[in-house]
Design a binder for this molecule. Sequence first.
Ligand SMILES: *Cc1c(COP(=O)(O)O)cnc(C)c1O
Length: 377
Amino acid sequence: MGFSTVAIHAGNEPDPTTGAVAVPIYQTSTYAQEGLGKHKGFEYARTQNPTRAALERNIAALESAKFGFAFASGMSAIDTSLKLVKAGDHVILGDNTYGGTFRLFNRILRDYGIEFDLADTSDIVNLERAFKPNTKMVFVETPTNPIMTITDLKAVSDLAHANGAKVVCDNTFMSPYFQRPIEHGVDIVVHSTTKYLNGHSDSVGGFVALNDEKDAEWIGFVQNGIGAILSPFDSFLVLRGTKTLAIRMDAHDRNGRVVANFLAEHPRVQKVYYPGLTSHPQHELAKRQQGGFGGMVSFETGSLENARKVLEGVRVCTLGESLGGVESLISHPATMTHASVPEETRNKLGITDGLVRISVGIEDVEDIIADIDQALS
Ligand SMILES: *Cc1c(COP(=O)(O)O)cnc(C)c1O
């Protein structure tokens, strides 16, 4: 079945009691039991909730995964995926992940005995050197935020598996519409559903999708044991969001290409980072691995002053953190999303004071272009 058919129908069976076409928000903390040990499979809402279960079936199907788990945030989903390693294990972390992921490793997991090293996962020779005898996991994000470096998921999965390690991929930027990491050999996919999957900037959530039954059992155990579950209302919102994922992603992609090309031609812009541009060093890999290029575009204005003028001069785009909503959002990675990354690392990665990131929305593209143009001049 096609992607949109799955997006609209997986997990969305009519409600068994009323026939309601939209999965109801089961806003309950517990369930009446018929007798001792006799119930309908629902005991307590941290453990099971029908709205959340519908969303879990839905996104798992979209990611070509057998199992899916919905969490209260992208970060709690990522943290839970890291419960697959133990104290004394070593993790290779992509050197240009979401700032919060780096912070989780550097400021929290470090103190619980999880060893980690940063590596440029887009360079397979460099990645191979990062393996240690106790490496149990490679955590990648592709394209990276905000520099849009692409990692070859099949190559990384082959290398990791040969070394006895699992691969986790943060697929937030592409969404399963444009990239399904499990089909390239990745073991575990994580998402911030806050972004494209929900798509309307009105919910915070996260997701873990995977195929291995034993690992899935553990992820489910941790989800219940720690309790960072997605609420019924947020589950409903994301379930509503994924129904239009295909048409939204196509629109983000269309507008993203137009904005990237416009910026590439603009005299006040020194550099544009967008995998859809033929000038992007990994354009061919992006074309092979992704079904599209999406709506994330970063560009270099040359200085903090120039960046400030753009960020404070826009009228259609909104200055704010986050991405993946229907509205265009513009941000300053160095002081916003990547503020917790040390300055030296930031500069090495290209996250300079002059870098501006746009999450291109699905407004009329002429209005987005005119807005950026007036802010740049
Ligand atoms: C936003 C984001 C996260 C964190 O998700 P939250 O829902 O904010 O907790 C993780 N990874 C990427 C790529 C993100 O964009």
